[in-house]
Design a protein around this ligand. Structure first.
Ligand code: ZN
Ligand code: ZN
Length: 213
């Protein structure tokens, strides 16, 4: 098995978790032995989030998608953004808030769970009023957390340990864009995302009655 950041290996990761006997859990209760808290921070692309969400549905996996209210890359208030939230819910996933510190305010689109975007060490693990902060104890516990940040597993791809049931429980953070778009480095992956976005934006322009003839 090669640990590529692509959808084939993502499927293998989910399969490994199933083989290891883990159950899909969310952040509404404290983690229990055997839980896999599958977390996705959606920094850049709702399309990538939906693609991963549909794959997870195929695999009967359940995740929590953390969406931003103040992203420069997507707009949850657009028709497109509203339908993305509806689809994530209808696929059986939870939706939390991916907030920019210190602004964490909730509305009915989000469950009472927050993940800070690019947090600083001073507040990353601090409780947040009205929310579970995914990085506060016990949801964040050293040795029970893995992240694919910038297309790099700091502590290695967890597929083997998942398959072997080596974690008592695990919070697994992945960023959909990294898995959905091709590229062996973050730079290459971002370039292929931008290539795809050009087509999507042309459609948005046509939908906005822009004459492209
Ligand atoms: Zn792997
Ligand atoms: Zn983020």
């Amino acid at each position: 098995m090669t640990c590529a950041f692509d959808l084939a290996h993502y499927r293998e990761l989910l399969g490994a978790a199933r083989e290891g006997g883990y159950r899909w859990a969310s952040f509404d209760a404290e983690p229990q032995p055997g839980d896999l808290l599958l977390r996705h921070d959606v920094d850049l692309s709702l399309e990538a989030a939906l693609e991963l969400a549909r794959l997870e549905r195929d695999e009967e996996a359940r995740a929590t998608y953390f969406l931003m209210r103040e992203s420069v890359f997507y707009n949850l208030d657009s028709s497109h953004g509203r339908s993305a939230v509806r689809e994530l819910r209808s696929l059986g996933h939870a939706v939390g808030l991916h907030a920019v510190y210190p602004r964490a305010s909730r509305d009915d689109r989000f469950d009472a769970v927050v993940a800070w975007h690019n947090p600083d060490p001073q507040y990353v693990h601090e409780p947040v009023s009205g929310f579970v902060n995914v990085m506060q104890a016990p949801w964040f516990t050293k040795g029970r957390y893995r992240s694919d940040s910038n297309q790099h597993w700091r502590e290695g791809c967890p597929h083997e340990e998942l398959r072997d049931g080596a974690f008592e429980w695990l919070q697994l953070l992945t960023h959909p864009e990294i898995w959905v778009y091709d590229g062996e480095t973050m730079r290459e992956t971002m370039e292929s995302m931008l290539d795809t976005l050009r087509g999507e934006w042309l459609e948005h322009l046509a939908g906005d009655r822009i004459d492209l003839s």
